[in-house]
Write a protein that binds this ligand. Structure first.
Ligand code: AMP
Ligand code: TRP
Length: 336
């Protein structure tokens, strides 16, 4: 067996549903880049545009620009198309075929009890057949590469558990084809947005990775700090203050002493000074990223080439899997 095929296969994915923000970077992307750089995995990264349609079917004019932005964000952040197969889900039609076949063996109650289904049918009024089948499509994304591991945040664990259940049912009915994919849970904290709630595309409280210095300044200046610290001399709670949380990550000048001063209500450090330091930190930290991102977005043909090449590599493995699947199910002439 060649060395390459001994590596564990890792599949990750994100919906192209808007600009990537600091939460996405710390909660997912940074980790993917680190996993890639260990050299321990054969990496696939899927831009899941069909999944984006399950909720965004009525805003398809934004889909293409978002895919370009997502690919640029990934590459600028350090995913290397030579090391990680980066591709768009809808370019590998085998995902749809496997989704269809799996849909025959998944009981509807399994889907109805997935927490994200319950939440979103209530909060967003989503009730389509495609939305109900979201986790089946996600399972297809994973197992079509016979992936061993899937790096995800805690919010995705119920989807992973369902994927494993679907694999077990497939094996019970048709025989063994796939590894049972394991979640590689990223140890990250949920990062707050500028309003102190979870940073999210849908709350309009995010700092995007592509934001320039002016936007960073505007957003950080509007950021909530510790609500109970009104005067410089009030005792602060730095571990709950969004500005402090981000300074610990992005400001090289940050020291525990600063947090201690804040907690003690020492007036040598106020919230405005803290914000200015964070602005400087963020602007510098993402300067190379922004330059690379702009360079990529100015040359969409280069992004097309990366994604085309990625889809070809992905299709290769996905079509091998589909031959095994069709054989296992005993379809008509699986290799024709
Ligand atoms: P989403 O923006 O919901 O499509 O999120 C994609 C992934 O980014 C999630 O599964 C998380 O791993 C990560 N993520 C999103 N928002 C945050 C946040 N506020 N803090 C940390 N990680 C996040
Ligand atoms: N459901 C995932 C999310 O919202 C996106 C996703 C789709 C995914 N297919 C996947 C994640 C396969 C990991 C593996 O973040």
């Amino acid at each position: 067996m060649s060395k390459k095929s001994e590596k564990k296969v890792l599949l990750s994915g994100m919906q192209p549903s808007g600009a990537l923000h600091l939460g996405n970077y710390e909660g997912a992307l940074r980790n993917w880049v680190e996993l890639q750089n260990t050299g321990d995995y054969e990496m696939f990264n899927c831009i899941v545009d069909w999944h984006a349609l399950t909720s965004g079917f009525d805003e398809t004019d934004k889909l293409v620009p978002r895919i370009y932005e997502m690919a640029a964000d990934y590459i600028a952040a350090g995913l290397d198309p030579a090391k990680t197969t980066i591709f768009v889900q809808s370019h590998v039609k085998e995902h749809a075929e496997l989704h269809l076949l799996l849909s025959m063996i998944v009981p509807i109650p399994w889907l109805e009890r997935v927490p994200s289904y319950k939440d979103k049918t209530e909060s967003l009024g989503l009730d389509s057949y495609g939305f109900l089948g979201y986790p089946i499509l996600q399972t297809a994304d994973i197992i079509i590469y016979r992936a061993d591991v899937v790096p995800v945040g805690k919010d995705q664990l119920s989807h992973l558990e369902l994927a494993r259940e679907i694999v077990r049912r497939f094996h019970f009915l048709y025989g063994e084809v796939f590894p049972e994919p394991e979640a590689l849970v990223t140890k990250f904290q949920i990062l707050p947005g500028t309003d102190g709630k979870k940073m999210s595309k849908s709350y309009g409280n995010f700092i995007a990775l592509g934001d320039g210095p002016d936007e960073i300044k505007k957003k950080v200046m509007s950021m909530f700090t510790d609500e109970t610290k009104i005067h410089k001399t009030d005792r602060g709670h730095p571990d709950k203050c969004p500005v402090n949380i981000y300074r610990t990550i992005y400001d090289p000048e940050w020291t525990q002493k600063i947090a201690d001063f804040c907690a003690a209500g020492d007036d040598s450090i106020g919230c405005v000074k803290c914000k200015k330091n964070l602005i400087r930190g963020l602007v510098d930290y993402f300067a190379d990223f922004r330059a690379r991102r702009e360079e990529l977005l100015a040359d969409p043909a280069q992004i097309d080439n990366y994604l085309k090449d990625g889809a070809e590599r992905a299709r290769q493995r996905a079509s091998e899997t589909m031959v095994l699947v069709r054989k296992a199910i005993k379809m008509y002439k699986p290799e024709m």
